[in-house]
Design a protein around this ligand. Structure first.
Ligand code: PXP
Length: 251
């Protein structure tokens, strides 16, 4: 079946392994090509200020070689916007960035950072880049993303993925409510962070969410199952969950 839920595969951690030794193996661009073959609808890569994983050259090569959309994750800085405008990826997802963090720990503060974000969003939109803000599933953040000019929001699923029991149900409810609000105010809704085979189902069931971006789990699990079969399995879990809510049956 064709699913209306897209899978963006984040290849950052292929570059993390490469950079642990220097050199050029394993190559994240090769992983991106395999991911596309296995059913990824897009590739996500986060060019961090400290270049801890993805490099400028990776972005240039991805832009040259990829036949599926590239989503560039980036901080709202002059340097990153200049790079985005030079490469014109299909989409750019603005994330908060701290040098000392292991990963993107929370959503962007689109409320407090509204005036800072507006010109960056406008510059990228003017260049034809679809702009997304990575935010917590919170109504005020979504409203601020909309008025700042973003076309898309990506809901941070990190807290949901770490929660258990009643806390997990609460986190899921926040995502369900936020996705409905995003849709109601005209924002395309994506989600991601921390998703795995175990946690993807309930998120894939949220009807307003049209794209999931998944990285760390897929790259880690690929050590055991291979990248193509790991992505194929994730795709089919997503498709099955989505089919349940839309009443379709999958093989
Ligand atoms: N979406 C965004 C905006 C992110 O910053 C990340 C992490 O780079 C992801 C999705 C993917 O998260 P994970 O690697 O935990 O699957």
């Amino acid at each position: 079946m064709t699913s209306n839920l897209r899978l963006g595969v984040n290849i950052d951690h292929v570059a993390t392994i490469r950079n642990a030794r220097g050199g050029d193996h394993p190559d994240p661009v090769r992983a991106a090509i395999l991911a596309a073959r296995a059913g990824a609808d897009g590739i996500t890569a986060h060019l961090r200020e400290d270049r801890r994983h993805i490099s400028d050259n990776d972005i240039a090569r991805l832009r040259d070689i990829l036949e599926i959309p590239l989503n560039l994750e980036m901080a709202a800085t002059d340097e990153m916007v200049k790079i985005a405008l030079a490469h014109k990826p299909h989409a750019a997802c603005i994330v908060p960035e701290k040098r000392e963090e292991k990963t993107t720990e929370g959503g962007l503060d689109a409320v407090g950072g509204h005036n800072h974000l507006v010109p960056f969003i406008a510059a990228m939109r003017d260049a034809g880049i679809r702009v997304s803000l990575f935010v917590e599933p919170d109504r005020a953040q979504l409203d601020a993303a909309k008025t700042a000019g973003a076309q898309v929001v990506e809901l941070h699923t990190g807290a949901y993925c770490l929660a258990e029991g009643e806390a997990l149900r609460d986190e899921l409810r926040k995502i369900i409510t936020a996705a409905a609000h995003a849709d109601a105010i005209g924002l395309e809704c994506h989600a991601g962070h921390g998703l795995s085979f175990d946690t993807v189902g309930p998120i894939a069931e949220v009807p307003q969410i049209v794209e999931l971006n998944i990285g760390h789990f897929l790259i880690g699990e690929a050590i055991f199952g291979g990248l193509e079969s790991t992505i194929t399995r994730m795709r089919s879990l997503m498709n099955n969950a989505r089919a349940q809510v839309s009443g379709e049956k999958t093989a």
